[in-house]
Design a protein around this ligand. Structure first.
Ligand code: HEC
Ligand code: HEC
Length: 457
């Protein structure tokens, strides 16, 4: 047993013996949390909450697909986007995983970095901010939590669960609350939120979304049980510098796994993939090669710990301090230069240019604190994805342009040197500094893929 665990054990024993009142209080809180999570799961899985009673959140966020859309997973080229409750009505974006999403902080502007951070959806429009009520058609007022805000979107989305006024004659809030009230888990709802829990429709609607968010944040959804997590434990914690030698000028030089590398969790090639993920590329940075190139993936998909803190330096939505659980995103936004996916127009009809973050000026203004003067700079930027459960969440990218992990890795490596890639959907803001000409060999691309496949629970 490590020293730290021993201290924790002492602390636990101290609290357990400190007096029955405290122990009982903790037990109660735990039980209430469990009830909230169970209720959230019941709502998440309820197909009655869709126009044709054929679709729940789970339909598009299924455990078998890493909490993304299983239909897209099996046919990523034919069906990159989800079918709605009303058959043959498709959305214009790829369903991301609902797992690990709850770690994204409230949408805000980081003045130091000059970047927008946090929120949910590819464009961050579920902000969790109390001062943005108009964005995202979320209805019933904000909840103060991006994950709960997000959960209010799908019910009234005409190409998703389709409980719209046009379809039902009632507002989405009225319809959702009535269906929950008539469900076999209505008693659970009242147990958690008290008698009269259905009286105020807006409050009940927000509470339903808070329950869903509790389920999505629970250990059942965020397991941290991948091979990568095993490797982390085996290595004794932080692996953000694994396979890297940091040079005096800050260049993160690829050196690969250490001599006599031995691991029960990772093969040599998987560990080598992590080293490539963690290191810089001479070619990309316009330097004369002095060794092998790396992939520079760590820049946005952090292998350091998740550490988003509020003004008082408390972690926001993150794991408890001291626990090393990289989420593999910095929760910012970027334009990778992904081309239009022509398949979406075939399924969903003609599409406008998808401006992503830049298409949400109201939320940018709120986070900036005044009218944000550089909205055009945010056009074409999308949320940096967590890469957890990746091997189950095909296709890849906000529009599902890439059918396989290999495709997107090859794009990062060769976007700017292989003229067979179609041009970007939004050319003006493409990131040309950190990707596009990594100079990786085919074997290195394959090792990156092998590493990315270890991120699955
Ligand atoms: C018809 C398929 C479909 C259904 C049903 C559906 N979703 Fe989604 N979900 C999507 C798509 C597509 C997106 C991305 C949309 C966007 O970003 O504009 C998404 C985004 C999300 C996200 C954001 C993840 C992130 O990283 O930003 C979460 C969380 C989520 N959905 C949870 C839910 C919940 C909870 C429900 C039920 C209330 C639900 N979804 C119902 C398809 C669906
Ligand atoms: C400059 C920041 C940045 C860097 C560097 C970066 N990524 Fe990304 N990554 C993103 C963003 C932003 C997205 C989502 C973009 C979109 O869909 O428009 C993304 C998406 C992905 C996805 C798709 C996830 C999904 O579920 O659809 C994969 C896989 C991925 N990145 C892997 C990598 C690998 C491997 C590297 C290194 C070779 C890398 N990334 C480097 C920002 C970055």
């Amino acid at each position: 047993m490590k020293k730290k665990n021993l201290i924790l054990l002492f602390v636990a024993v101290f609290f357990l013996t400190a007096g029955p009142a405290l122990a009982k209080g903790q037990f109660l809180v735990k039980k209430q949390k469990k009830q909230l999570v169970n209720l959230g799961k019941a709502i998440f899985n309820d197909v009655n909450l869709s126009f044709n009673q054929n679709q729940s959140c789970k339909t598009c966020h299924h455990p078998s697909a890493g909490f993304a859309d299983p239909e897209n997973r099996v046919a990523p080229t034919v069906l990159p986007v989800s079918d709605g409750s009303i058959p043959e009505l498709f959305g214009g974006r790829n369903a991301p995983t609902a797992a690990y999403a709850g770690f994204s902080p409230i949408f805000h502007y980081d003045a130091g970095e000059g970047l927008f951070v946090g929120g949910l959806f590819w464009d961050g429009r579920a902000t969790g901010r109390m001062d943005v009520t108009a964005t995202g058609d979320l209805g019933a007022g904000p909840t103060g939590d991006p994950l709960a805000d997000q959960a209010k979107g799908p019910f009234g989305n005409p190409v998703e669960m389709a409980l719209t006024f046009e379809n039902t004659g009632f507002t989405t809030e009225e319809e959702v609350v009535a269906i929950i009230q008539a469900s076999n888990y209505a008693r659970k709802f009242e147990k958690v939120f008290g008698p009269g829990a259905f009286d105020d429709i807006a409050v009940a609607y927000n509470n339903a979304s808070i329950a869903i968010a509790a389920f999505e944040r629970s250990k059942r959804v965020n397991r941290f049980k991948s091979k990568f997590d095993k490797f982390i434990r085996e290595q004794g914690g932080d692996v953000s510098d694994f396979g890297v030698e940091v040079q005096p000028d800050g260049f993160r030089k690829y050196v690969g796994p250490p001599a006599r590398f031995k691991s029960k969790a990772f093969s040599y090639d998987e560990a080598d993939g992590l080293a490539i993920f963690n290191s810089d590329s001479y070619t990309q940075m316009g330097m004369t090669p002095d060794g092998q190139n790396g992939g520079m993936c760590y820049l946005c998909h952090l292998t350091t710990n998740h550490e988003v803190v509020d003004d008082d330096n408390r972690p926001i939505n993150g794991p408890a301090p001291g626990i090393y659980h990289p989420i593999l995103t910095d929760f910012t936004y970027d334009n990778l230069g992904i081309p239009v996916n022509p398949r979406i127009a075939v399924l969903a009809g003609p599409q406008d240019t998808d401006l992503g973050l830049g298409g949400q000026p109201t939320q940018l203004d709120a986070a900036y604190g005044e009218a944000y003067p550089f909205v055009a700079d945010e056009e074409g930027k999308f949320k940096v994805s967590s890469l957890r459960n990746l091997s189950r969440t095909a296709p890849y990218g906000h529009n599902g342009f890439f059918a396989t992990i290999y495709d997107i890795v090859h794009f990062y490596n060769t976007r700017d040197v292989d003229p067979t890639w179609p041009g970007p959907e939004v050319p003006a803001t493409v990131n040309g500094d950190e990707l596009g000409n990594l100079g990786l060999t085919l074997a290195q691309e394959q090792k990156l893929v092998l590493f990315l496949e270890t991120l699955t629970d």
